[in-house]
Design a protein around this ligand. Structure first.
Ligand SMILES: Nc1ncnc2c1ncn2[C@@H]1O[C@H](COP(=O)(O)OP(=O)(O)O)[C@@H](O)[C@H]1O
Ligand SMILES: O=C(CO)[C@@H](O)[C@H](O)COP(=O)(O)O
Length: 467
């Protein structure tokens, strides 16, 4: 029986699943933590991958890595990191992003060129920041990779080996210098952002192409970005919208054609199957709940049950969840706000409920942004760490005003990477058919008044603070 491994190297941790390549059945799992920071030594990801995959990766026939998107890994001529990688949620590049947008002639020009308007998260904005603030390090940068590219290269032998660094369409589409519509790098945009420098870029592999072999002889597939990995792990079809509640909150869907949203809200990414993945990303999701649990001095598992004790609307408390700044809406310098405080509503259940409602109102807006780009949302699926709390699915159905599907909690990003590895191993035109996850269906209340009121209160609070 051939076996395959999938790696999810995400913001907070590295997860590994080993699956039966034919059926997708998960046979083994591993996990290791990542440093809690927005700039991280890529070596820490490699150590976490080896720890999570210890005793597992040596025995598989194929492996693939899905990684947090956009992170800037800068390497010198010897292939060694020039500095710690700047992650997708590091907002220091906000000014650089705004400057790039102005210099090219506005958001429409970027949407047309690469399908996505730069914000602080995009790799191209991080390159501009580096050129401006650390020119010596920029000068030493001979090569630029993304987190999954770098890990894929390490798996294949890394610097000093014959392996060539590669990436895939999905992750390349989050750089801001690769066009999903044309399937090509925009070297001009990269060099303009990097003040004339022209670092080497990884070759972009197609969905079935092979990156190399591990020292143990396992085939290494192309890998992809973590959201593209989740799409493959869930086996979504057009009409499905996935809301992922990890460190980031994302709302994304499959599309047969490239998208470009000049408002900048919807990123026009590519997926891992040769299609496209329009996506809205927020900076604040699962950590809104974990930070609120810490503030209330309760366990994370206790937050959902506490929130359920409050009425919809949290007694008038409104929580704007922009704890780490925000990406959509583009408010990189924002902080969270708790509004509507009154003597009568200052109870722990209201705070717990306001945190869940705030996180989900931000994602309800994301869903609307996707719909505004003609993305159909016949089914809404909720995954990611925060989806493990049953209260989240229930409150989501109320706030989104639509039934939601909550697939059984699983590492869908790692599973998608494993499915990609199985696909590359089989070499078939389509990915192997793996059975879909069991799921809980949550119906929306027949009366949507409460959900509408919650969203209206959230919108009003946001416009009071941010206009
Ligand atoms: N039962 C739970 N209720 C709410 N949040 C949870 C629960 N279990 C885990 N989480 C949160 O999920 C997050 C990790 O989710 P994950 O999707 O793995 O994130 P990432 O992919 O960004 O590393 C953590 O912030 C953790 O606090
Ligand atoms: O920046 C994005 C998507 O554009 C994020 O979704 C990152 O890819 C990180 O994902 P998680 O670690 O939260 O899963």
């Amino acid at each position: 029986m051939p076996t395959v491994a999938g790696v999810d190297s995400s913001t907070q941790s590295c997860k590994v699943v080993v699956c039966d390549a034919d059926t997708g059945k998960i046979l083994h799992r591993g996990r290791a933590a990542h440093p809690d920071a927005t700039e991280v030594d890529p070596g820490a990801w490699w150590r976490a991958l080896r720890e999570a995959g210890d005793g597992l990766l040596e025995h598989v026939d194929a492996v693939a890595v899905a990684g947090q998107q956009h992170g800037l890994v800068t390497l010198d001529a010897a292939g060694q990191p020039v500095r710690d990688a700047l992650l997708w949620n590091d907002t220091r590049s906000a000014r650089a992003a705004a400057d790039l947008v102005d210099e090219l002639g506005g958001p429409e020009k970027w949407a047309e060129a690469v399908g996505t308007v730069p914000v602080a998260a995009l790799t191209v904005a991080k390159l501009r920041w580096l050129a401006e603030h650390e020119p010596e390090r920029a000068d030493r940068t001979a090569r630029v990779l993304l987190p999954h590219d770098w890990l894929t290269w390490q798996l294949c032998g890394g610097p000093g080996s014959a392996a060539e660094p590669v990436t895939d369409r999905g992750d390349a589409s989050g750089t801001g210098y690769w066009s999903p519509a044309h399937g090509a790098y925009r070297h001009d945009l990269l060099s303009r952002a990097f003040d004339g420098r022209t670092p080497q870029l990884p070759r972009v592999l197609g969905p079935l192409e092979v990156a190399g072999r591990t020292p143990h002889g396992a085939l290494v597939a192309a890998g992809t970005g973590d959201n593209m990995g989740a799409a493959l792990g869930l086996g979504i079809e057009p009409g499905d919208v996935v809301i992922s509640l990890g460190t980031s909150g994302t709302a994304f869907a499959l599309s047969d054609h490239p998208t470009s949203d000049p408002t900048g809200a919807v990123a026009g990414f590519a997926d891992a199957t040769g299609r496209y993945l329009p996506l809205v990303c927020t900076l604040n999701a699962a950590r809104v709940l974990s930070s609120t649990a810490r503030m209330l001095d309760i366990t994370l598992d206790g937050l959902g049950p506490l929130a359920r004790k409050a009425e919809p609307g949290a007694g008038g408390l409104v929580f704007l969840p922009y704890l780490g700044g925000e990406r959509t809406p583009n408010l990189p310098d924002a902080a969270g706000s708790l509004m509507g405080l009154r003597k009568a509503n200052m109870h722990p259940p209201n705070l717990a409920r306001a945190a869940v409602e705030g996180m989900l109102c931000n994602l309800a807006d994301a869903l609307d942004r996707l719909r505004a780009q003609d993305v159909s949302a016949r089914r809404v699926l909720i995954i990611g760490g925060a989806a493990k709390a049953p209260a989240v699915g229930e409150i989501a159905a109320e706030i989104f005003g639509t039934p939601v599907t909550v697939p059984e909690p699983e590492e869908y990003v790692a599973l998608g990477a494993a499915r990609q590895a199985a696909w590359a191993l089989a070499g078939t035109p389509e990915p192997p058919h793996w059975p879909l996850a069991a799921a809980r269906q949550v119906t929306a209340p027949s009366d949507d008044t409460a959900g509408r009121r919650i969203r209206a209160a959230y919108a009003e609070a946001r416009s009071m603070v941010y206009g």
